[in-house]
Design a binder for this molecule. Structure first.
Ligand code: SAH
Length: 459
């Protein structure tokens, strides 16, 4: 740890700050008398006048009052709401600089947090970083006395009413406008977060890029959705692409979007999208990568890393709806998937069938608990793929991977910090990093995905 200077920064004061880097969440980093100050929306090369809003022991946070010198990385955001909307953190940064920063961020996280000098390959960005998302979860509430639907404002729970979000598939934007008008015309009440009253708290949209179809999920406070039939009739008449309408009931006072119960109000139970040659059925709450264009690239990287010959048993841990395992199945003898959400495992089975794959099995449970059971069942792997959520792999799973001594281990990660931590542990366990390949799945945000190939060190 670098020695922090004695803290002289005062809350409420404005300072001139030169921005020297970006933090992991995309906030600008500068120093005042050697003391670290985070400045949201500031970019390396900016010099800003920023007012300090909070002071902690080792750092402070300040908001831009004025940009004194503009960074060469700064652009005018393509989105007119970017100044208020909390959806994208890097909309004001030129895309080539976003990519360069993400690659550097991965390299630094590995070196600083994992003490790993790994070969980090040049990041793979998008050719056209627009309209890339297939899923949006819009809060529904009231702003200025009217029904509002869009994103939360930066650092608040105020909804920024939105008609268009440039990173979403066009069908999602069309669906959002149609739903908003229909709710208003039919007098269906938006949620009031403070009083916990009203009907609709979120409208969730999932689009299939390959089929150009749309699933809409209304998250409501209670079982009752007044005017339900009129609402569906209206959506069907205005959205020829509509494939299904669900209601999910979430009566709790919580920031978690979905409640436990989903019911199909109209249409197909799944939305179907395609990655490469494979079709995937996705139910309302199952995980599916949000950027299908880059997902094809990501899965091809996994396929390359796996270097299958047709004789291998592949473990796909944290498998979601079975996508990676099924993507590899044509070149493997057997695929075994593990996933903790039962709805996703049901989708995985359905997806195996949909693609005529009969040598893939999927199990509901925690990867850290089922991995040793798979070994007891004689399902010893030749290739292991892990694709955990942001918190990374459970130490118990890493301990099992240590005993397995698998020749090829592929780690797909959406969080460089936990990737660094886990690669450090796996290195201790006798694996070595061959390379880390960053992929940009989330342009205009601070997120970055990586595919890492590890191999077992020969004794
Ligand atoms: N590989 C998939 C899904 C990756 S997202 C894809 O590419 O689409 C991570 C998945 O891990 C989610 O589906 C989540 O439900 C699941 N998950 C979270 N914790 C888990 C655990 N302890 N064991 C198994 N699966 C888990």
């Amino acid at each position: 740890m670098k020695q922090q200077k004695e803290q002289t920064v005062k809350q409420g004061e404005t300072y001139r700050i030169e921005i020297i880097d970006l933090a992991h969440d995309g906030e600008g980093v500068g120093r005042v008398d050697g003391f670290t100050v985070f400045v949201p929306e500031a970019l390396p090369g900016d010099v800003v006048a920023a007012r300090v809003i909070s002071v902690k022991k080792t750092y402070a946070r300040a908001l831009i009052e004025k940009i004194l010198v503009r960074s060469g990385q700064r652009i005018i955001p393509a989105c007119p709401k970017a100044e208020w909307c909390g959806g994208c953190q890097l909309a004001h940064m030129d895309y080539s600089h976003q990519l360069a920063w993400k690659e550097k961020h991965v390299r630094e996280a590995l070196a600083r947090l994992g003490k790993i000098e790994a070969k980090v390959l040049p990041i793979i960005g998008m050719e056209n970083p627009d309209a890339y998302r297939n899923k949006a979860q819009f809060p529904v509430g009231v702003a200025a006395g009217n029904l509002a639907m869009g994103f939360y404002q930066k650092r608040s729970h105020q909804i920024v009413d939105t008609d268009y979000c440039r990173i979403q598939h066009p069908l999602i934007n069309k669906g959002m406008r149609t739903v908003k008008q229909a709710l208003m015309d039919l007098g269906i009440e938006p949620y009031n977060e403070t009083a916990h009253t009203g009907t609709v708290r979120h409208a969730v949209f999932r689009a299939s890029f390959s089929n150009n179809t749309l699933m809409i999920i209304f998250v409501t406070c209670a079982d009752d959705l007044p005017q339900q039939d009129q609402l569906i009739a209206r959506l069907r008449s205005e959205l020829s692409e509509l494939a299904s309408v669900y209601q999910n009931v979430n009566p709790k006072v919580t920031n978690v979007i979905f409640g436990p119960k989903s019911k199909l109000l109209w249409g197909e139970p799944y939305i179907v999208d395609q990655i490469g040659e494979l079709k995937f059925a996705i139910s309302p709450r199952s995980f599916f990568q949000v950027n299908p264009v880059q997902t094809k690239i990501l899965y091809d990287l996994v396929k390359n890393a796996a270097a299958l010959t047709g004789r291998e048993t592949v473990w796909d841990l944290y498998c979601g709806i079975g996508t990676i395992g099924l993507y590899l199945a044509a070149d493997a003898a057997r695929v075994v998937g593990v996933e903790s959400v039962d709805e996703a495992v049901a989708d995985a089975h359905c997806n195996a069938e949909l693609n005529g794959i009969d040598h893939a099995r999927f199990y509901v449970g925690k990867a850290e608990e089922l991995a040793s059971w798979l070994l007891q069942e004689g399902l010893h792997p030749d290739v292991v793929v892990v694709d955990p959520p942001r918190k990374g792999c459970d130490p118990g799973l890493l301990a099992t991977i240590k005993t397995v001594e698998v020749p090829r281990l592929i780690y797909v990660s959406c969080n460089p910090a936990t990737l660094a931590r886990d690669l450090a542990i796996l290195t201790e366990y006798g694996y070595q990093v061959e390379y880390v390949q960053p992929v940009d799945m989330f342009p205009d945000t601070a997120h970055v995905e990586c595919v890492t190939l590890m191999s077992k060190v020969e004794k």
